[in-house]
Write a protein that binds this ligand. Structure first.
Ligand code: UDP
Length: 249
């Protein structure tokens, strides 16, 4: 399958629409080799830019989608085009829609015990034919990792949704990818909170204006520290643009 990428601070972000990503997932579910999908926001890319270990980890991912207007804006600054934002929640909802028809089996891992349970129940009430083969909350210790992994292995899902927040979910997926043998594992951040109704998405108008981050900041002011990465990210992208321009002179 053709996959064009836009290089943002060394991270190859896929220039694919949601539909193309779903088609990619369909093929990977058929191939049955374990693959890792990252839904990357500016914070994740900036972390990879700053930390070599994390950069190496992201380099092992099979698909990196642009999750956020910061990443879309960065591509524009570099004179490149990314067709569409593909966020964790968007991708999850598309997987429910297509998965119900294709009979994909899903496993939910992450969020608090009540949140993940509610997320599963709410999902099933909207998609009664969806095959959810198991779920587990995301507050387990390092010592419990093996136990959680063996539960996932027993359930044999086609797709594993991991909502442990970044970078925990990316570290977990890479560490256990081979062992779990799940065809597609995706880090989906705060998705279960949205599905459970404990967190709300920004109104569509704000989403379309690329201002979902502002809505989240107002709802969860605690996030402001994390959001300070955004201007630094933009600065680094501008610097990388200057370098490319100078080297092509
Ligand atoms: N979470 C978890 N285990 C942890 C830390 C976080 O399951 O040890 C969950 C948390 O309950 C929330 C999600 O991970 O549902 C993180 O959501 P957030 O919106 O912060 O995701 P991010 O923006 O980091 O991708």
């Amino acid at each position: 399958m053709r996959m064009e990428t836009v290089n943002i601070l060394g991270v190859p972000v896929a220039g694919m629409t949601k539909d193309e990503v779903l088609e990619w997932i369909r093929i990977m579910v058929e191939q049955r080799k374990p693959r890792h999908v990252v839904t990357a926001n500016a914070e994740i890319i900036y972390k990879a830019y700053r930390e070599e270990e994390f950069f190496k980890l992201l380099a092992k991912a099979d698909l990196i989608t642009p999750d956020g207007s910061g990443v879309m804006g960065a591509a524009r600054l570099l004179g490149k085009h990314l067709p569409q934002r593909v966020t964790g929640i968007d991708l999850t909802q598309e997987i429910f829609r297509v998965g119900e028809e294709k009979k994909w089996s899903l496993y939910f891992l992450g969020a608090g015990p009540e949140v993940v349970k509610k997320a599963v129940l709410n999902t099933l009430s909207l998609h009664n034919h969806l095959n959810i083969v198991g779920y587990h909350h995301g507050y387990f210790s390092q010592q419990e990792n093996d136990q959680v992994v063996s539960k996932i292995k027993q359930a044999k899902p086609d797709i594993l949704l991991v909502a442990l927040g970044a970078p925990k979910q990316e570290l977990f997926i890479q560490e256990y990818l081979k062992d779990m043998q799940v065809p597609v594992s995706i880090g989906v951040g705060g998705t279960f909170d949205v599905l459970a109704g404990t967190a709300k998405r920004a109104p569509v108008l704000l989403q379309n204006l690329g201002l979902e981050w502002l809505y989240r900041l107002v709802k969860e002011p605690k996030r402001y520290k994390r959001m300070l990465a955004l201007p630094k990210f933009v600065g680094a992208v501008l610097k990388s643009r200057m370098k490319t321009k100078n080297s092509s002179k």
